[in-house]
Design a protein. Structure first.
Length: 161
């Protein structure tokens, strides 16, 4: 897992991510990506939102982050190939144990016939990781479709528990 930074004892970053994700300040995506010292080369795959949540929010924060990462490393690609197959409760308000089970079988491929290049490096992109469950669940789907090299890349790690 690649983290730009940690949220521990960083109320300014926590508020920035909150404003980006929940207040719709999309322009913060660029500022948040600037926290990375280096942006790796590969295929950036944003964690998908369920259709209902995407309609409520009006955008997918992980997709905005992935697009900003690509602007920095122009040899990379963004592949919006995952879907949220089932609506799940928000991870942010769950305990560690609940987080580990909430996302089981929540993700799938947009096209079930997709075959991924096993020699390519794939990065599952999200805004915050606490337990790593979201990245792990997305990675399992990508592995089933041929990916071998998968890493999570997130703005911040939130070591709450």
């Amino acid at each position: 897992m690649i983290f730009a930074t940690t949220l521990k004892d960083n109320p300014i970053l926590r508020k920035t991510i909150h404003n980006f994700k929940y207040k719709g300040v999309k322009s913060l995506a660029k500022r948040l990506v600037e926290l990375f010292e280096e942006v790796p080369t590969g295929v950036f795959i944003p964690v998908p939102l369920h259709k209902k949540r995407a309609q409520e929010r009006g955008f997918n924060q992980a997709l905005l982050i992935a697009n900003e990462l690509k602007l920095i490393n122009t040899t990379s690609q963004v592949a919006d190939i995952l879907i949220r197959a089932k609506a799940t409760e928000n991870q942010a308000y769950k305990s560690r144990t609940e987080r580990l089970h909430n996302l089981q079988n929540a993700f799938g491929m947009r096209d079930a016939e997709t075959k991924l290049d096993p020699s390519q490096q794939y990065f599952v992109v999200d805004d915050v990781s606490t337990t790593g469950t979201t990245v792990r669940e997305c990675s399992q789907v990508l592995r089933k479709h041929g990916a071998k090299y998968i890493t999570g890349i997130v703005i911040a790690h939130d070591p709450r528990e």
